[in-house]
Design a protein around this ligand. Structure first.
Ligand SMILES: Nc1ncnc2c1ncn2[C@@H]1O[C@H](COP(=O)(O)OP(=O)(O)OP(=O)(O)O)[C@@H](O)[C@H]1O
Ligand SMILES: [Mg+2]
Length: 260
């Protein structure tokens, strides 16, 4: 089975959905079979990937038992990239998905769908809440995007303690895949100060070396519901995403070699 990675954060708007989609595309372009899952009732990944044009079905219908995996796992273009939407079509679906998350039913369903994939990236709902606590019981690792803004440094220790709580409760093997600094703006003096503080406050090995710069192409791609890889003239964004994907792959190779 491939690696199941939840992209999560206590703070909102830090780039979880953006990373999930673009990292997934880049990993698929590198030859991996990738599954993206929209576990956020908000459905930003479902919308941002144009999945909605193919289907509005997804996790909610799978959990209700009205559809099977094959009905909801959709291939994105010709790539080895597949996406599962949240399946939220009505307000009832939204409540249902939240309840299923609370009961701990989402993680096992995702795990079953993960067979045959190299990477499974889950876009999660912002915050520290019961569905995330349950979901983390069924994933291999957590990738935490962080922005260089006031408040980030205060929320991170709580997030790391939360992961310890998950380990103690039901997933001893849960790893921190890493912290990724996102929307990094080298022209922003305040941001540069916060960046330096964040890097000082946590051990260097917790961070990915790659930082994702603040670039209009990310927002532009989101506006058009496409990954940055499909935009003309977005070399900076693609370079950063590809570097992050390469780093992630290198970590898996290292981990596999260490376990031999
Ligand atoms: N590197 C970047 N440069 C510029 N804009 C970005 C970048 N990353 C994300 N954005 C934009 O910032 C906004 C928030 O990003 P995104 O939706 O990915 O965050 P999120 O953590 O998933 O948010 P939420 O808490 O709502 O789930 C979006 O409009 C997105 O297009
Ligand atoms: Mg999001």
């Amino acid at each position: 089975m491939g690696k199941i990675i939840a992209i999560a954060s206590h703070k909102g708007g830090v780039g979880k959905t953006t990373l999930c989609l673009n990292l997934g595309v880049s990993l698929a372009q590198k030859g991996n079979k990738v599954l993206l899952i929209d576990a956020d009732p908000q459905g930003a990944l479902t919308l941002g990937s144009q999945l909605r044009q193919i289907t509005s079905k997804g996790l909610a219908q799978l959990l209700r038992g009205t559809l099977y995996e094959d009905d909801i796992v959709k291939q994105a273009g010709k790539r080895s990239l597949f996406i599962v939407g949240n399946g939220v079509e009505t307000l009832d679906d939204l409540f249902f998905l939240q309840e299923e998350g609370d009961k701990g039913n989402v993680g096992p369903a995702i795990k079953e769908m993960s067979i045959g994939f190299d990477y499974i990236l889950i876009d999660t709902q912002t915050g520290l809440h019961p569905p995330l606590f349950q979901l983390m019981g069924h994933v291999d690792s957590v990738l935490l995007p962080c922005t260089c803004q006031a408040g980030t440094i205060q929320t991170m220790p709580l997030f790391l303690k939360w992961m310890q709580r998950v380990r103690a409760a039901h997933n001893n093997d849960l790893q921190l895949e890493g912290l990724v600094l996102t929307m990094v703006d080298n022209h922003d003096r305040c941001g540069a100060e916060v960046r330096a503080e964040i890097l000082k406050a946590f051990p260097a090995e917790l961070f990915f070396n790659t930082e994702i710069p603040l670039l209009p192409s990310f927002a532009m791609a989101a506006l058009h519901g496409v990954p940055v890889a499909l935009l003309q003239n977005a070399p900076g964004a693609n370079q950063a995403i590809d570097a992050l994907a390469a780093e992630l792959e290198a970590r898996q190779t290292l981990a596999r070699n260490e376990s031999l």
